[in-house]
Design a protein around this ligand. Structure first.
Ligand code: OAD
Length: 232
């Protein structure tokens, strides 16, 4: 019943925004951050994804990201990523706001993507600010500085223009679809009440209730790659 209602809402929506989190890539083999399997190589994201952790032990943080990069490169987009491509093709306005640092949305074929938390396949020098998408052979930049991943760490601000565009998409959409996020990390999660305050309907896909579930219009509980193809 709620699946039918969700399908109708998606069909009728003209301006769609989507907020995705780690859960959409779970069935591609990439672990989530929270929950039972929520550990990347035995570390919690809050321990490693911080400027402090990098200052204390840059090598350890670099190696952790190298390990995660390998996993992202090996992973393939799944049916949930592909479903969002279909939805984008039929919407008048579509913005895919992802908290994920992987590139599975791009590889599936999505076009208008905002990477709120950056991209793991981008590397940036902390000193000369050189940025590259090529794999770098070592953690050391030729300028004498250290390379870091092009992601946003806890305690760092989101790039201002990107955050403005994400808010704009949330403010102007008539439907926000939320997929595979615990809704625990701010400011990303605040896009849900922002869209609702501006009259948008909301649909959520998650294997279990999230922090935003209580306010969502239609919560669909199930694994995204299995459930989402029946939405289109
Ligand atoms: P979390 O790990 O916090 O949450 C993942 C969500 O996906 C949970 O609500 C799961 O129930 C759900 N989930 C798991 N498998 C699923 C599946 N197959 N289908 C649908 N849902 C599924 O990940 P995020 O919410 O993305 O930030 O976390 C937000 C941010 O915290 C991340 O971007 C990262 C992290 O620390 C930074 O690194 C800055």
């Amino acid at each position: 019943m709620s699946l039918d209602a969700a399908r109708d809402i998606i069909h009728e929506a003209k301006r769609i925004a989507v907020l995705t989190g780690a859960g959409i890539s779970a069935e591609s083999g990439l672990p989530t951050f929270r929950g039972a399997d929520g550990l990347w190589r035995g570390f919690r994201a809050e321990e490693m994804a911080t400027p402090d952790a990098f200052a204390r032990n840059p090598r350890l943080v670099w190696d952790w990201y190298e390990w995660r990069r390998e996993a992202v490169i090996r992973a393939r987009p799944n049916a949930a990523h592909r479903c969002l491509v279909e939805i984008e093709l039929h919407a008048e306005q579509f913005t895919l706001i992802t908290q994920n640092v992987d590139d599975l949305h791009e590889r599936a074929g999505s076009r208008n993507i905002l990477h709120l938390h950056g991209e793991i396949l981008v590397t940036r020098c902390t000193r000369c600010k050189r940025e590259t998408r090529k794999r770098v052979a070592s953690h050391d930049c030729s300028c004498g500085g250290l390379f870091r991943p092009g992601v946003v760490w806890f305690g760092e601000h989101l790039p201002e223009d990107l955050w403005e565009r994400a808010q704009q998409a949330a403010r102007t959409c008539d439907l926000l679809i939320v997929v595979g996020t615990s809704g625990q990390v701010q400011p990303a999660a605040s896009l849900v009440p922002l869209a609702q305050a501006n009259g948008a309907k909301t649909i959520e896909v998650n294997v279990e209730a999230s922090a935003v579930s209580p306010s969502i219009d239609i919560s669909l509980f199930g694994a995204a790659a299995q459930l989402m193809p029946s939405l289109i």
